[in-house]
Design a binder for this molecule. Structure first.
Ligand SMILES: [Zn+2]
Ligand SMILES: [Zn+2]
Length: 170
C-alpha cells in the first residue's frame, strides 16, 4: 500500500488571526529590534523575492535556536526542512502556507507579496511568525493545530526575549 503524504494546508485568514492574537498581547516593535541586523533591510528593492524569503527564514531559525522551549534535537530537525514560495491551486486561493511529511515548507506567494505590502515591520514579522508556525508543525507532526499555535507563541516570545537580552549584553 502506498502511503499518501499528508499535507497541512493552512488558511491565510487563520494564520493572520494567530498573528493578531499574538501582536495584540505583545509589543512587536520590541521584537524587530534584535532582528534588524539579521534582516538587513529586506525591503531593499534590489532584493529578489527569494532573497527576502531567505533572510526571513534564516532570521526565523535564529528565533527558533534561541528559544529554551525546545531541546537541541528538536531544533536540529528544523535545519533539514526546505522552503519555497508556492503558487499551487490552494496557495493561489485561500491557503497561506503548508508543510508536508517530508518537511517541505511552502509559503503562499500571494500571502508573501501581500505581507510585503503592509507597513514594516509588521508584515515581515508576521511572515516570520508564519514560518515559525510551519517549522513547529514539521518538528511536531503528531500535535494538533491548537497545541502548535500555543507552541508558536511560546517559542516566539521566549526566542525574542533571549535575542533581545543577547543584544543588550553584546
Ligand atoms: Zn501551495
Ligand atoms: Zn498550523
Amino acid at each position: 500500500m502506498k502511503r499518501t503524504k499528508k499535507v497541512e494546508f493552512e488558511l491565510a485568514d487563520s494564520l493572520h488571526k494567530q498573528w493578531l492574537d499574538y501582536s495584540s498581547k505583545h509589543d512587536i516593535n520590541k521584537d524587530i529590534e534584535p532582528l534588524y541586523p539579521l534582516l538587513n533591510d529586506p525591503l531593499a528593492i534590489t532584493r529578489t523575492e527569494a532573497q527576502i524569503l531567505d533572510a526571513l527564514y534564516n532570521a526565523t531559525l535564529v528565533v527558533l535556536e534561541s528559544t529554551p522551549q525546545l531541546d537541541s534535537e528538536q531544533k536540529t530537525r528544523a535545519l533539514y526542512f526546505s522552503y519555497n514560495l508556492c503558487s499551487c491551486d490552494a496557495c493561489q486561493k485561500e491557503c497561506g502556507a503548508h508543510i508536508n511529511k517530508k518537511g517541505q515548507i511552502r509559503i503562499s506567494q500571494k500571502l508573501f507579496l501581500n505581507k510585503l505590502l503592509s507597513p514594516p515591520p509588521a508584515g515581515l514579522l508576521e511572515l516570520m511568525y508564519t514560518i515559525l508556525h510551519q517549522m513547529l508543525h514539521g518538528i511536531f507532526p503528531e500535535l494538533d493545530e491548537q497545541t502548535i499555535t500555543e507552541k508558536t507563541e511560546q517559542a516566539w516570545k521566549s526566542g525574542m526575549a533571549k535575542l533581545a537580552k543577547e543584544k543588550l549584553n553584546s
